[in-house]
Write a protein that binds this ligand. Structure first.
Ligand code: 5RP
Length: 294
């Protein structure tokens, strides 16, 4: 196996030749089973091949995050604008009505809390039976590539993938960032590819320089996390650049629910992701909708 240092640098990403989707609307998924494809089609719209996921699982590590003090009050009005809801089973069961008919991305690991510096020693936190019971369209696993307990974290991932595969439930692997993990193109290229090769069906990561190389080298759809709250126009520009560079969607939280106008933000994100609109158009839409709704 290649050594860490001294190997030939990857350089030919075939950016002019997108990976063939072979008759399905998502790359790398053509050979999955019927149930898996049905679930993936609930997450990623077949007409656009893209998704807008709304992430509000932050409480499982951060407690009552700003904007998510009351999931029932914050999320219920936003759910209609999302293709998928990414949440914990506790958050969903207690606060979200089960009538939105949206894909559910169920947080399936328990990784400790922000009170600890190192969260890489997580465990699988949901039995696949409960994911089936919640009608999950996918399970999400936090993956700490490069951290002290990298192997344990990747074991969680493969256990969830294997359990999900028995029921054709896809797994979304999240590239965690933390103290030991650099936020570089090199790191994200490595981490996203490792997670896909281990069997993840969707990979969630962060936007970075040369993102088109990260996306091209990852054989499954990539969605980007929003990260800490940015000014709205900057967040929309990050969405635009991610989609232009090959992301199949976004899975954003704080840049939506901490926005001055979360509904307008969801509308503006949707127009970039699904209508192929530009940052300027989305920003105009955000301002117009914010005025109209205030
Ligand atoms: C944590 C997650 C969160 O769901 C994710 O961070 C998305 O939220 P935000 O856009 O606020 O970063 O996967 O690893």
């Amino acid at each position: 196996m290649a050594d860490k240092d001294g190997s030939v640098l990857a350089k030919d990403y075939g950016l002019d030749t997108p990976q063939a989707a072979e008759g399905f609307h998502l790359k790398g998924m053509a050979h999955c089973g019927w149930g898996m494809k049905d679930r993936l089609s609930k997450i990623f719209r077949p007409d656009t091949g893209k998704t807008v996921m709304l992430a509000f699982d932050h409480g499982y590590i951060m407690g009552a995050t700003a904007g998510l003090e009351r999931l029932d009050l914050t999320i219920e009005p936003l759910a209609p604008y999302a293709d998928a809801l990414m949440a914990t089973r506790g958050g969903l069961r207690t606060c979200i009505t089960p009538n939105h008919n949206k894909a559910v991305i169920l947080r399936a690991t328990s990784d400790g809390t922000v009170l600890k510096d190192d969260m890489s020693k997580g465990i699988v936190g949901v039995d696949v039976d409960d994911a089936v019971r919640m009608n999950a369209s996918a399970m999400a696993v936090q993956c700490f590539v490069g951290a002290e307990y990298e192997c344990q974290s990747l074991e969680n991932l493969v256990r969830v993938i294997d359990a999900g595969n028995r029921f054709d439930i896809p797994t979304l692997a999240v590239t965690a960032v933390g103290k030991e993990m650099e936020r570089t193109t090199r790191y994200f290229t490595l981490a996203t590819r490792v997670l896909a090769e281990l069997g993840a069906h969707i990979v969630k990561t962060y936007y970075c320089d040369d993102f088109e190389k990260v996306a091209a080298a990852c054989p499954v759809p990539i969605v980007i996390a929003g990260g800490k709250k940015l000014p709205e126009r900057d967040a929309l520009d990050m969405v635009y650049r991610s989609i232009s560079d090959g992301a199949a969607g976004v899975d954003m939280g704080r840049n939506v629910f901490q926005s001055e106008c979360p509904v307008a933000m969801m509308e503006a994100i949707n127009t970039i992701v699904h209508d192929g609109e530009t940052t300027n158009h989305a920003w105009d839409m955000f301002c117009y909708e914010m005025d109209r709704l205030s």
